[in-house]
Design a binder for this molecule. Structure first.
Ligand code: PGA
Length: 256
């Protein structure tokens, strides 16, 4: 292990994939390989309908289990949505907030993000707050502006003492599911922008507790290179998290 400032975090986002049987198999296999998991954190973000079963299988292991989205109210007339307490009740200890597919395909609004972050933190769900620019925004040199705007909305109600429970994921939209990965320089630059913004918002000490993950076409053959970038504290993995053959080598990026 390198002497990193923060514990590496490898997160798998299943999106709307797998079925119950394959989900449970995958969790059993990964759980079996993790041991005490002391030197890295691993989590799966699971379709909510499988959360209870997946959490039951993951129990007793260091594997974290989370939802892929959450609403910010505790109850009410919100057909199709889930309250933070409901995710907790079925065993989730973490949640993705602001994933680009939620923002773009399902038109989630920036102004919901502060409330979602606050509501998740208030029931002790550990959020991964996702940010990232589209290809047009990158080509128009708007990357920094977009990242800052998304951070401003997500962190509006975050307090300094929440910092240790928060993770940010930088996921350039043009790299998600496309096979195109950001170069290590592009990732590094975005991560530095994010960390600088966090330090301005929360102060250096609190900002230094927040891990910043890279996501977007992470595969076994680029995980090591991405993790070698000092500003990259972990990886958020979509497609390659669906099979043990591709996810395990990413978790063990430093062991081959
Ligand atoms: P991908 O997805 O690894 O399939 O590109 C990443 C994500 O959307 O979190």
């Amino acid at each position: 292990m390198t002497n990193r400032a923060r514990k590496p975090y490898i997160a798998g986002n299943w999106k709307m994939n797998l079925d119950r049987a394959h989900s449970l198999d995958l969790v059993k296999t990964v759980k079996g390989r993790l041991g005490d998991g002391g030197d890295r954190e691993v989590g799966f973000f699971v379709p909510s309908i499988y959360l209870a079963d997946v959490s039951a299988v993951a129990q007793g292991s260091p594997l974290g289990v989370g939802g892929q989205n959450v609403w910010y109210e505790d109850s009410g007339a919100c057909t199709g949505e889930l309250a933070p307490r409901m995710l907790r009740e079925v065993g989730a200890d973490r949640v993705l907030i602001g994933h680009s597919e939620r923002r773009h395909l399902f038109r989630e609004l920036d102004e919901w993000m502060a409330k979602k972050m606050r509501a998740a933190l208030d029931v002790d769900l550990l959020p991964i707050y996702c940010v990232g620019e589209t290809l047009d925004e990158r080509k128009g040199n708007k990357t920094d502006r977009v990242l800052k705007k998304q951070l401003e909305s997500g962190f509006e109600r975050v307090k300094v003492e929440d910092a240790h429970r928060i993770t940010v994921a930088y996921e350039p939209v043009w790299a998600i599911g496309t096979g195109e990965t950001a170069t290590t320089d592009q990732a590094d630059q975005a991560h530095r922008t994010i960390r600088k913004w966090l330090a301005g918002k929360l102060g250096d000490e609190a900002a230094n507790l927040i891990r910043i993950l890279y996501g977007g076409s992470v595969k076994p053959d680029n995980a090591k290179e991405l993790m070698a970038v000092e500003s990259v504290d972990g990886l958020l993995v979509g497609g390659a998290s669906l099979k043990a053959e591709t996810f395990l080598p990413i978790i063990e990026y430093d062991k081959n």
